[in-house]
Unconditional design. Structure first.
Length: 325
């Protein structure tokens, strides 16, 4: 019976280490897959209805795969978005039978850690396997990027690439190529995140208007961000901890200068440094969300201090991308 068949796939989230916002203007960036994952289980249903449950959010809804619509009255706009990703992922994976989809998240929603990409990638992998379709990692990444474009209107390939392949990547200027960085040592990193979430689209627009108003001031800032990314690439590969921390702090100063910092994020940045982090900065668009702290030998202290006011946890690099469980 089809109802007894079930498939589970998982995919990691991500964090931007260096280069957020500048990457929008053709500058390079460095990002890493992290060991916080989205798990998607698909099994058959006896009726003719496709249903999704996202346990951590208390979100559920019925999906019409034929018409591409969602029937759910109990979700807000942000939480409804995750149903959109699942719906379009099922369609991309050529799902025609009614299925029950269960999503479980290790990744905080709205924290800038690529939860939507992880859900999308895991859903495509699980649905393809359930539908007995052979699919390559490259094809998963391409389909997942198309889903993000369909839902968001615009999207970088960074999130879906990392959720698919794992590891640490350097995105070259103008997104010409992804370069896998060979890092053979643990990166002692902590994520701190606040309940206040930023709107990526609005923040990108805010920065664009500043560039238009003051290009002579803003453009050199983005040139400096490019230099930071290129220094960081060498420092990460060579394990130069002090350099990584130093340029992370400089990067934070530049993000503050372009206006994407908040009081909550700034408090976490300085809390992390006072607790022993040698570098800390916003990760992602800013305006809320998360910071990342680089903490050789001080991970526990940094997590404890941030947790006194916000939420924090250690992360490790996810060397493995999407997988069947």
């Amino acid at each position: 019976m089809l109802e007894s068949i079930h498939v589970t796939a998982s995919a990691p989230g991500k964090t931007i280490l260096f280069g957020e916002h500048a990457v929008v203007y053709g500058k390079p960036a460095i990002a890493a897959a992290v060991d916080k994952r989205a798990y998607v289980t698909i099994k058959g249903r006896a009726d003719n209805r496709t249903h999704v449950t996202v346990e951590e959010l208390g979100v559920s809804g019925f999906l019409d795969l034929e018409n591409g619509t969602i029937n759910s009255d109990k979700v807000g706009e942000q939480n409804r978005g995750i149903l959109e990703y699942v719906l379009k992922s099922l369609i991309k994976a050529q799902t025609t039978r009614s299925v029950e989809v269960t999503v479980k998240l290790d990744i905080p929603i709205g924290a800038g850690l690529g939860s939507s990409a992880a859900v999308t990638v895991a859903t495509i992998m699980a649905a393809s396997s359930y539908n007995q379709i052979n699919i390559t990692a490259h094809e998963i990444a391409e389909l997942a990027h198309q889903v993000e474009l369909d839902v968001q209107g615009a999207a970088s390939k960074i999130d879906t690439t990392l959720s698919t392949h794992g590891g640490v990547i350097y995105l070259s200027k103008n997104a010409r190529e992804f370069v896998n960085l060979e890092i053979d040592y643990p990166l002692p990193m902590v994520i701190g995140h606040t309940k206040k979430t930023g709107n990526t689209g609005k923040l990108v627009e805010l920065v664009r208007k500043k560039i238009e108003a003051q290009p002579a001031v803003m453009n050199p800032i983005f040139d400096s961000m490019e230099a930071i990314v290129n220094v960081a690439r060498k420092a990460l590969v060579n394990g130069e901890h002090e350099t990584i921390g130093l340029i992370m702090n400089i990067n934070q100063g530049l993000l503050d200068a372009i206006g994407v910092n908040t009081e909550e994020l700034s408090n976490m940045v300085f809390t992390a440094r006072k607790a022993g982090a040698i570098g800390s900065k916003i990760t992602g668009a800013g305006g809320g969300g998360s910071i990342i702290a680089y903490c050789p030998g001080r991970v526990e202290e940094v997590v404890t201090k941030i947790n006194q006011h916000e939420k924090a946890f250690q992360i490790n690099i996810a060397t493995e991308g999407v997988r069947l469980e």
